[in-house]
Design a protein around this ligand. Structure first.
Ligand SMILES: NC(=O)C1=CN([C@@H]2O[C@H](COP(=O)(O)OP(=O)(O)OC[C@H]3O[C@@H](n4cnc5c(N)ncnc54)[C@H](OP(=O)(O)O)[C@@H]3O)[C@@H](O)[C@H]2O)C=CC1
Ligand SMILES: O=CC(=O)O
Length: 323
């Protein structure tokens, strides 16, 4: 039987390439940087499958890929999939849930600590030779242990955050989803709360929903106003879930204590973005799952997902495209 043809548009480790080679014929983008859109369109003309990590999968691209049967993204988020278009064309879309939960949760905890204890700001203070003797109250931060954490989007990653916060830091956990999760409530003594109640009672608010039409700008002026003035806001979901103008205002006006951001409305964020000028914001370049081990695991799973889809027994299909 002829092996299916695949294009690999993102970096994958050599072990994963060997795995792919057993099942498919593939070509790959060798870099540097991201694959240019024109190259992608050309490559897709003849392939059955695409392995990607964030290329927009929309009508133009799909219309240039007449043989395409499956797109596998090396990410758990799949807001770059045009789900309606893929459904109409019968394209299978898969993602990589689960393998990155602990790594992303670790990063979220590091943002919570970095903002509350002002780690980057104080690192700069020391390195700039501004440390003087004596107890300087201006350098004090806020405690994280035994405070209240509110998680909006208590899914796989949200639960990994709850686990660390509750058992590691003795935090009380509130959460908001569209559906309650009795098992999570039991495991982490978590309490379900409506958004407003969660925002009013939480010392730390972690946003971890997917980006969907319903969650776009879920967080705006009203939500920041409802937070405590000592509240810390963390977003590691997707940038457009937050209205960045409202967040900037809330930070400038002291409506909240600080924010930790791994994601932005436009990525890469522009160097002159107002958020980057604020002392009480800790930023990262969308790096939640980026450890060597976890990226290897994601690449392997994405490759397995693609092979499974092309060989007729698809796994890890995104919920909206399941038959
Ligand atoms: N910064 C980074 O590097 C990374 C970012 N991510 C982002 O994190 C997201 C979450 O990943 P993961 O935990 O695996 O996903 P899950 O699907 O497991 O969890 C998402 C949670 O969000 C809730 N949710 C969905 N829609 C809404 C809504 N409209 N209002 C309130 N809650 C909602 C869901 O509950 P319910 O359905 O009951 O509402 C669910 O509990 C990904 O989609 C991705 O965008 C993921 C990995 C790395
Ligand atoms: O942002 C990363 C992902 O896996 O989604």
């Amino acid at each position: 039987m002829m092996k299916p043809h695949v294009y690999v548009a993102c970096r994958i480790p050599s072990e994963t390439e060997s795995y792919l080679a057993q099942h498919v014929q593939y070509r790959k983008w060798e870099g540097p940087g991201a694959v240019p859109y024109e190259v992608l369109l050309e490559e897709l003309a003849e392939v059955d499958g695409l392995l990607t990590s964030g290329n927009k999968i929309g009508p133009e691209l799909l219309s240039r890929a007449p043989k395409l049967k499956a797109v596998s993204t090396m990410s758990v988020g799949y807001n770059h999939f045009d789900l309606e278009e893929m459904k109409e064309r019968g394209i299978i879309g898969t993602h990589t849930p689960g393998v990155l939960d602990d790594t992303v949760a670790d990063l979220i905890l590091s943002l919570m600590l970095a903002v509350s204890r002002r780690v980057p700001e104080l690192d700069a203070y020391v390195k700039q030779g501004r440390w003087s003797k004596g107890d300087n109250e201006e350098l004090f931060g806020l405690d994280m242990h035994h405070k209240t954490l509110g998680i909006i989007g208590m899914g796989r990653i949200g639960e990994a955050v709850a686990q660390r916060a509750h058992f590691g830091f003795g935090m009380d956990v509130l959460y908001y989803n569209r559906h309650r999760k009795p098992e999570a409530e039991q495991k982490y003594s978590a309490k379900y709360a409506e958004m407003e109640e969660l925002l009013r009672h939480s010392d730390f608010v972690v946003l971890m929903t997917p980006l969907t039409p319903q969650t776009r700008h879920l967080f705006g002026r009203k939500e920041f106003e409802q937070m405590k003035p000592t509240g810390i806001f963390i977003n590691a979901s997707r940038g457009p879930v937050v209205d960045e103008e409202a967040l900037t205002e809330a930070l400038q006006q002291g409506e909240i204590f600080g924010a930790g951001l791994d994601v932005f409305e436009r990525e890469p964020v522009q160097a002159d973005h107002p958020l980057l000028t604020l002392r009480n914001v800790v930023t990262l370049p969308h790096i939640g799952s980026a450890t060597a081990q976890t990226r290897d695991d994601m690449a392997r799973l994405a490759a397995e997902n693609l092979v499974s889809a092309l060989l007729g027994a698809p796994q890890n299909v995104v919920p909206e495209l399941r038959k």
